[in-house]
Design a protein around this ligand. Structure first.
Ligand code: SF4
Ligand code: ZN
Length: 311
């Protein structure tokens, strides 16, 4: 028999023997459409349950950029919603003002919330800061992500507060989290490695939760495709300037050669956190002398940034 005639064996699902659509290299499992979707949703539910991310009475505001991660986050939380006691979901979109990029994702966000009949507000940078990110970044494109990060953090805090949210859910996935661990190690920033900027036990900001923190970028892409919700959206034009971009491709290569690398990085973080528990000095609670927002120094990052933006 010629090689071409050898029948190709279709991989079967390990749960039901149906045709598999996904092969998890870490666990060597094959999963069909139904079992893949159920596996992702159950893992997210378990992350939420075991870490008490959502509790009865919560109003969870989803930070919906309209990109892949936040789209998958909204879809999964909306599907899990009936299993929770008196929990409310709504969404907020921050429009940074990035020409040729944000228009498409905002359009996609609008369509998604309309499909789910979810309350949705949109807050542009221009309303909060008096200009677009594009305008602020003229001549300082290399700093794009740190400028954007500071402004967006503030915008999301304002949005969550305005909505009366008890939790702010972001679409950070396993890749994002592993990249952050790696970047903090590269920078030698141990406090940032063990202090999760999302959690704030002192009630200074609406607590942030990351229900997709153990779901990989690839799994999110497959999840969206299987729901017919995949959209080929443009990349942010500033992404090329980020250290994260280099770390991202390095980790993606490692993950493909050594499946489980990203999860191992997350495990390392958990172990370091346990070792450091109670040993690092508590961050003193201070208030920015310009705006009064809680911060670690005399002036918050936003007020410091604002001075340089107006120069
Ligand atoms: Fe902002 Fe950087 Fe993300 Fe673009 S890539 S949206 S500039 S953080
Ligand atoms: Zn301030």
């Amino acid at each position: 028999m010629a090689c071409d005639d050898v029948p190709v064996k279709t991989p079967r699902c390990d749960c039901c023997s149906g045709p598999a659509v996904f092969h998890d290299k870490k666990t060597a499992r094959h999963l069909c459409r139904e079992h893949f979707i159920a596996d992702i949703e159950e893992r997210v539910a378990e992350t939420i349950r075991s870490r008490h991310l959502i509790v009865p009475g919560d109003h969870v505001v989803i930070a919906l950029s309209g990109g892949k991660d936040s789209t998958a986050l909204l879809m999964i939380l909306a599907r899990l919603l009936p299993s929770w006691d008196s929990v409310r979901l709504s969404a907020v979109t921050i429009d940074e003002g990035i020409a040729g990029y944000r228009e498409d994702t905002i359009h996609s966000a609008d369509q998604l919330v309309a499909r789910y009949g979810m309350d949705h507000t949109s807050i542009p940078f221009t309303d909060l800061f008096g200009g677009t990110l594009d305008a602020f970044l003229k001549g300082r494109e290399a700093e794009a992500c740190s400028v954007c990060g500071i402004l967006r953090r503030k915008a999301l805090n304002v949005a969550a507060e305005r909505a009366g949210a008890t939790k702010l859910a972001t679409g950070h996935n396993l890749d994002d989290e592993a990249q952050s661990v790696f970047m903090n190690v590269l920078r030698g920033d141990l406090p940032r490695l063990v202090r999760d900027s999302g959690s704030d036990s002192k009630g200074r900001f609406t607590p942030r939760i990351k229900p997709l923190m153990f779901v990989s970028e690839k799994e999110i892409a497959v999840y969206l495709m299987l729901h017919g919700a995949w959209a080929d959206l443009p990349e942010c034009p500033y992404a090329v300037h980020a250290l994260r971009g280099e770390v991202r491709s390095m980790l993606a290569t490692l993950e493909s050669k050594h499946p489980g690398t990203m999860l191992h990085l997350m495990e390392s973080k958990t172990r370091i956190e346990a070792q450091c528990a109670g040993r690092l000095d508590e961050e003193p609670v201070r208030h920015c002398r310009e705006c009064g927002d809680p911060c670690s120094g005399e002036t918050c990052q936003l007020c410091t940034l604002k001075k340089t933006l107006s120069q």
